[in-house]
Design a protein around this ligand. Structure first.
Ligand code: TYD
Length: 140
């Protein structure tokens, strides 16, 4: 793991990039580049113009979001800070720890959003109500 990165916080990560005349290559190795075991990988694609995904937080799940192609915005809300990351490079990721409200929007044509997750899919882990999210943050 890269010790310069604080993985308890949201942050943009530069992934390794091997430049090559034959085409560039990037990779992710756990736990060197991300601080969790990858239990699930999923991707979002064919997003119609103007659509939004996400709009929830997770109780336990940590994740890394990458724009493998195209671009989109990741907006995070920690309860004290709202920040927007525009992802448009396949060697950049946004790391989002648990208990952060996050939404994805402004997808370009042919955007491909790859998400590496620390947990299997569990609906119980989702917090889909914003007021509940805030009250869980206050009462933690
Ligand atoms: P969801 O995570 O709610 O999408 P978004 O955050 O963009 O609103 O997922 C949409 C549906 O897809 C959800 O009802 C269940 C299903 N799903 C799975 O079965 N497995 C998965 O790994 C994910 C991410 C979703």
């Amino acid at each position: 793991m890269d010790n310069n990165i604080n993985f308890t916080k949201v942050n943009e990560i530069d992934l390794p990039k091997i430049l090559d005349e034959r085409g560039n290559l990037s990779f992710i190795e756990a736990p060197r580049n991300i601080p969790f075991e990858i239990k699930r990988v999923y991707w979002i694609y064919d997003v119609p113009g103007g659509e939004k995904r996400g709009g929830h937080a997770y109780r336990e799940l940590n994740e890394l979001i990458i724009a493998i192609s195209g671009s989109f915005d990741v907006t995070i809300d920690t309860g004290t800070e709202i920040k927007k990351f525009t992802l448009n490079r396949s060697y950049k990721g946004v790391y989002i720890p648990k208990m952060v409200w996050r939404s994805l929007d402004n997808f370009s044509t042919n955007a491909l959003c790859l998400i590496l997750a620390s947990e299997e899919y569990k609906e119980d882990d989702y917090i889909r109500d914003y007021d509940e999210f805030i009250s869980l943050l206050i009462n933690k």
